[in-house]
Design a binder for this molecule. Structure first.
Ligand SMILES: CC(C)(COP(=O)(O)OP(=O)(O)OC[C@H]1O[C@@H](n2cnc3c(N)ncnc32)[C@H](O)[C@@H]1OP(=O)(O)O)[C@@H](O)C(=O)NCCC(=O)NCCS
Length: 159
C-alpha cells in the first residue's frame, strides 16, 4: 500500500493545505478552507490524516454530538491512492477514536449515487436510516447511514 507503511494520526494546522487539496479533488462543492480550520479547532482529536511516504493521502473528520453519537463530516482519499484500503483504515480509525471517547454510534450522510462511499460504509457496518431530499443541491439526495459499535474493548483504547 505504502512503501514505508501508512500512518494515521491527528491533523495539525500544517496539514490543512494538503487536506484542502484532497477535498478540492474529491468533491464538486468542497468545504471552504476556513471551514476546515474551524473543524480542526472545534474537535482536533476527531480530525485524522493518513500519511504515506511523508505525503498526506487522505483524511477523515468527525464531530462528537451531545446525543452520544459521532457525526462523520467528511472522508476522502487522494485519487491516485484510492482502492488501496486507505479509506477503510481511515473510517475504522475514526470509529475507534469515537468509540474510545465514549461515542459508540456513528452517523453520516452520503449522496445516493456515491457507490464507492456507500460500499465502504456498508462494509463497515453502516445501514441506511433515511433519505434527505436535495441535501447536496437540487435533485441530489442524501442517504443518512448509521452504525452502532458492539465491539468496544477498553484495553484497545490506551492511546
Ligand atoms: C469513498 C473513498 C473515501 C473510499 O476510499 P478508498 O481508499 O478508495 O477505499 P478502500 O480502498 O478502503 O475501499 C474499501 C471498500 O470500499 C468500497 N469501494 C471503494 N471504492 C470503490 C469503488 N470505486 N467502487 C466500488 N466500491 C468501492 C469497496 O467495498 C472497498 O472494498 P474492496 O476494495 O475490498 O472491494 C474514496 O473513493 C473517495 O475519496 N471518494 C471521494 C470522496 C467521497 O466521496 N467521500 C465520501 C463522502 S460521503
Amino acid at each position: 500500500m505504502c512503501l514505508k507503511g501508512l500512518i494515521v494520526r491527528t491533523a495539525n494546522k500544517d496539514d490543512l493545505p494538503h487536506v484542502y487539496a484532497i477535498e478540492v479533488s474529491s468533491f464538486d462543492r468542497p468545504y471552504p478552507y476556513p471551514y476546515l480550520e474551524i473543524l480542526l479547532n472545534l474537535a482536533p482529536d476527531f480530525f485524522l490524516v493518513a500519511e504515506c511516504e511523508e505525503s498526506i493521502v487522505g483524511y477523515v473528520i468527525a464531530l462528537p454530538r451531545s446525543d452520544g453519537s459521532c457525526h462523520i463530516v467528511s472522508i476522502a482519499v487522494a485519487p491516485v491512492y484510492r482502492r488501496k484500503g486507505i479509506g477503510a483504515v481511515l473510517l475504522q480509525s475514526i470509529m475507534h477514536t469515537c468509540s474510545c471517547r465514549g461515542y459508540r454510534r456513528y452517523v453520516l450522510e452520503v449522496e445516493y449515487t456515491n457507490v464507492p462511499a456507500k460500499r465502504l460504509y456498508e462494509k463497515n457496518g453502516f445501514k441506511p436510516l433515511r433519505n434527505v431530499a436535495n441535501y447536496y443541491g437540487p435533485g441530489r439526495h442524501a442517504e443518512v447511514m448509521v452504525a452502532e459499535d458492539y465491539s468496544y474493548m477498553a484495553d484497545l483504547c490506551s492511546d
